[in-house]
Design a protein around this ligand. Structure first.
Ligand code: HXC
Length: 298
């Protein structure tokens, strides 16, 4: 789909994306590139990075891939430094790397819980911490959009609770807390904006194939969505372009749900037509019942 933003919305920016070689991370890389940014992507698998960089370059996007695991501080430091060495600066850090699997809490080991916290929460903090010096130097008052930007990809599942996702809920809650707290400290001190995007279920992503494999999903599951469709990687990438562009320059410490309103929704137990009928019956009953009886207190 065509972008509604100007092609030079991110002109001259340098972005580093963890998990930028696949899924949502790759789509954000591509859209940042299509809007004028140079893009460095970080991931654990060399062949995934190579394929992604090849695709980005074929679109005319200046791109480079660096192998690394966000759980290792030395990797984070090396990749941030390599990005700055390669492109001369760093304006935007996107934390899109994440780990996930379905596991009932009673079947989850502490190490399984810790692994996801390490990737999502500690990994995000480590990347932010290592990038700080460059976002600070690169940013403050240097261009019209102010300082550097950090964008964390989280989720909406921890707004309520999610089956077999206690580890991920805890991790994503921490990621959102990072966005708000770093926004407060680094926004004030260094003019660095820190925001989050919370995707709902997004089609054709590793997350979707892990959390809703074909074996689990019924044919009509899309009918349960408020906007009658799954999200797309494009939906998330457009939110990222918006937040990274000058249009988002007063947005700091926000986590934007991009899920079509799904997190607000509950299964519909009663059809609309049935509500009308039932509601009128209940009202009629309360009019004829004497005041003070339980039915009048419904
Ligand atoms: C129970 C499991 C498990 C499973 C792993 N573990 N898979 N427990 N059920 N299916 C436990 C292991 O037993 C082990 O604990 C601990 O987790 C670490 O497992 P490893 O395999 O050694 O870890 P590692 O090789 O580092 O792999 C990390 C990973 C893996 C998270 C488990 O899946 C991964 O690398 N994922 C990255 C890609 C990914 O998941 N992408 C999807 C992101 S989707 P013990 O006690 O045995 O040592 C996403 C969407 C979120 O983020 C939003 C949702 C709405």
């Amino acid at each position: 789909m065509e972008s509604p933003f100007k092609v030079d919305a991110l002109k001259g920016k340098v972005a580093l994306l963890t998990g930028g070689g696949s899924g949502i991370g790759f789509e954000i890389s591509a859209q940042f590139g299509k809007h004028g940014a140079a893009v460095a992507i970080m991931g654990r698998r060399r062949h995934v990075l190579d394929d992604a960089v090849r695709s980005l370059k074929s679109l005319g996007i200046p791109a480079v891939g660096f192998e690394g695991d966000v759980r290792k501080r030395e990797d984070a430091q090396r990749v941030v430094e390599a990005t700055v060495k390669h492109f001369g600066k760093l304006d935007i850090l996107v934390n899109a790397a994440a780990g996930n699997f379905l596991a009932a809490a009673e079947d989850l080991s502490s190490n399984g819980f810790r692994t996801v916290l390490d990737i999502d929460a500690v990994g995000t903090f480590t990347m932010c911490r290592e990038a700080l010096e460059y976002l600070k130097k690169g940013g403050h008052g240097r261009n019209s959009s102010g300082g550097g930007l950090i964008l964390n990809i989280s989720a909406t599942l921890h707004y309520t609770a999610a089956w077999y996702q206690v580890h991920v809920s805890a991790a994503k809650a921490a990621v959102d807390a990072l966005a708000r707290n770093l926004a407060l400290e680094w926004g004030t001190d260094y003019d660095i904006r820190v925001n989050g995007i919370a995707p709902g279920p997004i089609a054709d992503t590793p997350g979707m194939s892990k959390l809703a494999p074909e074996e689990m999903t019924s044919g009509n599951s899309r009918d349960q969505m408020p906007l009658y469709r799954l999200g797309t990687k494009w939906d998330i990438a457009m939110a990222a372009v918006f937040l990274a562009s000058d249009a988002g320059k007063y947005i700091n410490g926000s986590v934007m749900p991009v899920d079509g309103g799904l997190w607000l929704s509950k299964p519909r137990h009663l059809a609309k037509e049935a509500v009308k009928e039932l509601s009128r019956t209940v009202e009629r009953r309360s009019r004829v019942a004497p005041t003070g009886t339980p039915s009048s207190k419904l």
